[in-house]
Design a protein around this ligand. Structure first.
Ligand SMILES: C[S@@+](CC[C@H](N)C(=O)[O-])C[C@H]1O[C@@H](n2cnc3c(N)ncnc32)[C@H](O)[C@@H]1O
Length: 398
């Protein structure tokens, strides 16, 4: 019960969808925080989280993944660079304004600056506003010293150009850091983005997937408002459908995961909260044993999709599916790849196969709901979300 209270607070204050979190990861984070405070009673800890905002922030930081990397989805930065060069012609004086919302430890805004300067944009014509709700992540970004593992993945020339050795790590040079203003901010706060002016590009990647529909729509409305008409919104590979549902048009190439604000967006009405429904556990369908080679393909395709290589990710998945037996996760990842490529029909077909393989695969239920949202089919979307919530509840009881 106390865990449910904590989850409800996460939703109320941060818009986080408990269905997007792993129950195991969440429980482990709560246990870690309880241990740090020397609290042994879960009920007492839930009471504390309700009154102690600092502890609430620490718990959120322990739960949310700050996973990020330099040049994550390289296609996004290639598109940004092309756009930047076009908008900062030598005879103009305009400054390119970029916002990085949920920038985690700063790799994303740094990559934006590096990509633009490497493409020939003068550094003084670049201004990046980067923010994250986590004070610790922002503190890390301000220090600007990164662990070798992330930096050593960059080509040698790039590493030498932008970093210097600093003890055990690599310090990002001031020429990049000077272009970025970092701040701690909750993107769901009503005041977020107000008075900041409009941006040529807004990055908000891999946050929308964690949010309940109401919070997701609210954040997307804020992001669209922050964009000047014609500006680009960069999202994560599983978030393109949500951005398109706001009336933005998908931008080529698909592996840039970008949408353009062309006209006034048509905001979605906030979906109604799912009513509490009686839980009925559907009869379990025996899952086919997935062979290790097919399992490896999933990891490989996931890495390729994350790197923006959608074509190869699709090929790897299709081969694995042909070899079979494939799991719902294979079909679900294929659906994300199809969605990122803008092929909604192929996305839907893959999701339906995922749900045929495992009718309780909640990521597929949620993704299919998103697809129906994008088509304005609110009733269908709502029913799928209700089903996902029921499935999640059943899983939690297990
Ligand atoms: C998975 S990371 C994504 C980092 C980066 N955008 C990327 O895609 O590589 C998600 C980030 O969202 C941040 N976050 C979560 N809720 C937020 C909120 N309400 N406002 C701003 N940032 C938030 C977390 O602190 C975390 O750093």
């Amino acid at each position: 019960m106390s865990l449910e209270r904590i989850q409800a607070r996460l939703t109320d204050l941060r818009g986080i969808d408990p269905a997007s979190l792993s129950r195991v990861g969440m429980t482990a984070a709560v246990r870690r925080r309880m241990k740090a405070l020397d609290v042994s009673d879960l009920e007492a800890y839930a009471d504390r989280v309700e009154v102690d905002t600092l502890e609430f922030d620490r718990l959120v930081a322990a739960i949310l993944v700050h996973e990020t990397s330099f040049f994550r989805y390289p296609g996004s930065f290639e598109l940004l660079a092309r756009e930047g060069v076009a908008r900062t012609k030598p005879n103009s004086t305009s400054v390119l304004r970029i916002a990085c919302v949920a920038c985690s430890t700063g790799e994303e805004p740094a990559s934006a600056v590096m990509a633009l300067v490497e493409a020939g944009v003068a550094p003084e014509r670049i201004h990046v506003e980067a923010s994250d709700v986590s004070a610790r992540a922002i503190e890390y970004a301000r220090r600007g010293v990164y662990r070798p593992r992330g930096v050593l993945r960059l080509p040698d020339a790039q590493r030498r150009r932008w970093f210097e050795l600093d003890g055990e790590g690599y310090r990002l040079l001031p020429s990049v850091r000077e272009r970025i203003r970092l701040s701690q901010a909750n993107a769901l706060a009503p005041s977020f983005g107000i008075g900041a002016g409009q941006f040529d590009a807004v990055f908000c990647r891999n946050l929308l997937i964690y949010l309940v529909p109401e919070a997701r729509v609210k954040l997307l409305e804020t992001l669209v408002r922050m964009l000047r008409p014609g500006g680009l919104l960069f999202v994560g590979h599983a978030e393109v459908a949500a951005a398109r549902a706001m009336g933005l048009t998908m931008e080529a190439p698909p592996e840039a995961f970008a949408c353009r604000r062309v006209a006034q967006p048509t905001p979605l009405p906030a979906p109604k909260p799912a009513p509490t429904l009686p839980r009925r556990r559907p009869p379990p369908r025996p899952a086919p044993a997935v062979r290790p080679v097919v399992q490896d393909a999933l990891a490989r395709a996931s890495r390729l999709a994350d790197a923006g290589d959608l074509e190869r990710a699709r090929r790897v998945l299709q081969e694995a599916i042909e070899q079979g037996p494939a799991s719902a996760d294979h079909y679900h990842l294929l659906a994300l790849v199809e969605s990122a490529c803008g092929d909604d029909d192929a996305c839907e077909a893959a999701l339906r196969r995922a749900l045929y393989t495992d009718p309780q695969h909640d990521p597929s239920l949620m993704q299919l709901a998103l697809l129906h949202d994008a088509r304005g089919e609110r009733g269908r979307a709502r029913r799928l979300r209700e089903k996902a919530a029921r499935v999640k509840g059943d899983g939690d009881d297990a």
